[in-house]
Design a protein around this ligand. Sequence first.
Ligand SMILES: *[C@@H]1O[C@H](CO)[C@@H](O)[C@H](O)[C@H]1NC(C)=O
Ligand SMILES: *[C@@H]1O[C@H](CO)[C@@H](O)[C@H](O)[C@H]1NC(C)=O
Length: 313
Amino acid sequence: MKHSNIFRSKLYLGVVLVSVTLLTIAYYLMPFPSLTVTKGTNSVIASKGFWTINSIGRLGNQMGEYATLYALAKLNGKQGYIPQSMANYLSPIFRINLPTLHESMWKRLHWKNYHLNDWMEDRYRHIPGDYEILREFTFHDYLIDEANTFLRSISKGQDKVTYVAVHVRRGDYVHTMPNIWKGVVADKGYLEKAMSYFRKKYSNVVFVVTSEGMDWCKDNIDASKGDVHFSGDGQSGSPARDFSLLAHCNHTIMTIGTFGIWAAYLAGGETIYLSNYTLPDSPFLKLFKYEAAFLPEWIGIPADLSPVLLTKP
Ligand SMILES: *[C@@H]1O[C@H](CO)[C@@H](O)[C@H](O)[C@H]1NC(C)=O
Ligand SMILES: *[C@@H]1O[C@H](CO)[C@@H](O)[C@H](O)[C@H]1NC(C)=O
């Protein structure tokens, strides 16, 4: 994993914020979490002011919320505390440093809510210190060992293998993308283009596929060249294990969703992402800005929108 690029990019903060007014309607559907920064103003512990953040969604969203809190609290000279439910997601995987807010404190403090948007704002840009958020997402040793053991086992004893992580987001998005967001998920054609980019550019490429829709992947990803490995023997693995595996690869093919975006940030190599995957009038674009989530050097492949164009009344 190469961390230096992301430390320089300053973009990490922009990927995680969604206007809190959307909290109730958009809960499961959004790629990015709805959240609130909350500031304690009353009681001894809060006398200097401390901040916490909503804990919503699964691993990728939780990472985004954590990163946002970490950066904003630091920028403002406050202590950040994470909710217990966020610790439950993150502390088994990463050596995170922010302390957990005990349940009893929620009631004892008076909170003030702040709204955050889903994109980078200029006033967030100048955070003192170096870009350390990826250090917060340092894996525990057992996950590092597991990932390296797996990657070695599929290298067939060759030196200089180039590992390309492929994360295929399916699950609820298969329905919500066309039905709610006027968009599409990644299709077979996208994955073929992205994989052929890496096959042409590197020798000894090995693709490591993780997905919550492994059956679809096995039907739609051509493994006949012998360079494709479905993680967990084709069963959906644990999120922690899958995430660590993706992040330990050299390059990333992501589809959509925060899980893949964070895996690509941590992997630090070349990244190919699905771009323009909604119609231009999609409500999704009010919440999500491509340029805030994807690093400038990443390569976008525009989605084939014909399935949603055809179903338009
Ligand atoms: C590619 O990834 C493997 C596994 O993490 C690592 O051992 C190797 O050094 C990486 N190769 C390059 C060129 O970064
Ligand atoms: C996505 O659409 C925008 C606006 O039409 C365009 O400028 C951009 O190049 C497209 N991105 C890709 C990767 O094709």
